[in-house]
Each structure stands twice: as C-alpha cells, then as structure tokens.
Design a protein around this ligand. Structure first.
Ligand SMILES: CC(C)(COP(=O)(O)OP(=O)(O)OC[C@H]1O[C@@H](n2cnc3c(N)ncnc32)[C@H](O)[C@@H]1OP(=O)(O)O)[C@@H](O)C(=O)NCCC(=O)NCCS
Length: 207
C-alpha cells in the first residue's frame, strides 16, 4: 500500500497527535521525467509524471512526544527498602550490569521506586559510608521505566539522606554514566582523592 501527503499536512498531523519539534528532512527528490525516477513510480502516466516531477521525495521525519512527569504518591512511590525488596533490588542491579555485593548487609541504606500496580521494583539506589563521606551505589532504573526522571529522583534521595546524616561529601564511582551525574552537578575528581574506606567498600573493591 502506498500514499502521499503534502509535507506540511504530514507535520500538522504529527503535531495534532501530541508530537513537538517536528522536522522533515528531505533526503531525496524524485525526478519523474528521467528513467530512474520513473522506475520508482512505474504506474504513472507521462502526464502524471510531468505534473509530479520534483514534488515527490523521501524524507526523514523527526519528532518528539513529550512524556508526562509521573506524580509521586499517585503513579509512583519512593521509599526506603525493606527486607522483602532484597531479591528485587539484587535482580535489578545485576540486570543493569552492576555488582550486587554487599547489598544484603547494606539494604537499610537503600531506597526503591515502585510504580502503582506493578510488583517489580522500577528503580533503586544505595549509600555506603566511610571516611566522613557517603558514596552513592547501585543506581539502577529498569529499562522500561527510564527517562521519566526516576534516576535523578533516586540520586536526590541519596544526597538528602547523606545530608541528614550529617555528611557533606557525596561521591560515586561510575564507568557507565559520567554525563548523567555531571548533569546533576557532580564534578570529576581523581580516584585517589576518595576516602580509602570507600574505595575498599564492597561495591567497588575488586574481587
Ligand atoms: C543511569 C540511569 C539510572 C538513569 O535512569 P533514568 O531514570 O533514565 O534517569 P532520568 O530519567 O533521571 O534521566 C534521564 C536522562 O539521563 C540521560 N542518561 C541516562 N543514562 C545516561 C548515561 N549513561 N550517560 C549519559 N546520560 C544518560 C538520559 O539520556 C536522559 O536524558 P534526556 O532527559 O536528555 O533524555 C539508568 O540509565 C540506568 O539504570 N542505567 C544502567 C545502570 C547504570 O549505569 N547506573 C549508574 C551506575 S553508577
């Protein structure tokens, strides 16, 4: 099946269905008066080909659909982890390629995000303590729940918890998300400047 719409009409339909930043980038314009172009639209008569010459093309259409920000207490809940969350937290952390070492003994310093009506945990984060600093660890958000702000919300929980425990320095080690943390205000430092106790902690020490 095939069909065509004028460019602006197509963009307008996307906008009507909630897309924003609609951009149509032409990548090819068909010359219907030469053999190449005619071979693509073989069923056109000579007159139709002449009329449509230069007016048909291929394009890449880019558009964004803004996501509604989930509301805490309605669509999701962020709460301290309980013993019943252990399996879910370990599973999620491992599924995200992170170590689960030390989670069982440190679960009291973890928070989880759950979505209304969904049993599986959507996200988690933990803290470890040492040398007067707190280290964010095990930040993980289930793939299907990403880009709703849960990662940022969990980091903010960790920072607030560290502050309310009287700790002013919050650090983390990341190989996978340096730009994500930079956006939240973290600055890169030499690994050697981190408290030794944290470098030896279960989540980062080599096995
Ligand atoms: C990093 C992670 C927790 C972010 O979760 P999230 O819920 O999607 O985060 P938010 O919704 O608050 O932020 C999403 C934004 O961060 C960006 N982002 C996510 N992961 C990123 C990464 N690794 N590097 C750079 N930017 C990243 C997204 O592109 C998105 O940007 P946009 O808003 O411009 O589209 C999630 O991608 C994850 O679990 N990753 C695998 C585990 C991991 O790497 N954890 C960190 C280990 S220390």
């Amino acid at each position: 099946m095939s069909g065509s719409l004028p460019e602006e009409e197509y963009a307008e339909l996307l906008r009507k269905t909630g897309f924003v930043d609609v951009a149509v980038e032409r990548i090819r314009t068909y010359r219907l008066t030469d053999a190449d172009g005619r071979s693509v639209f073989g069923s056109l008569t000579d007159d139709e080909a002449k009329a449509a010459d230069g007016r048909l093309g291929s394009a890449i259409v880019r558009a964004k659909k803004p996501v509604a920000t989930p509301v805490e207490g309605r669509e999701y809940e962020l709460r301290s982890a309980t013993p019943g969350d252990l399996e879910g937290v370990v599973g999620l952390v491992e599924a995200c390629g992170l170590t689960s070492k030390g989670i069982a003994s440190g679960l009291g310093d973890f928070a989880v995000i759950t979505l209304a009506g969904v049993t599986e945990i959507a996200g988690c984060v933990g803290l470890e303590w040492g040398g007067g600093a707190a280290m964010i660890r095990s930040l993980a958000v289930r793939r299907s729940a990403r880009k709703y702000g849960f990662g940022e919300r969990l980091v903010r929980w960790a920072i607030e918890r560290a502050r309310s425990a009287g700790v002013e320095r919050v650090v983390l080690l990341t190989e996978t998300a340096p730009r994500f943390f930079a956006r939240l205000g973290f600055a890169a430092v030499e690994r050697s400047s981190l408290p030794k106790a944290l470098l030896e902690s279960s989540s980062v020490a080599p096995t």
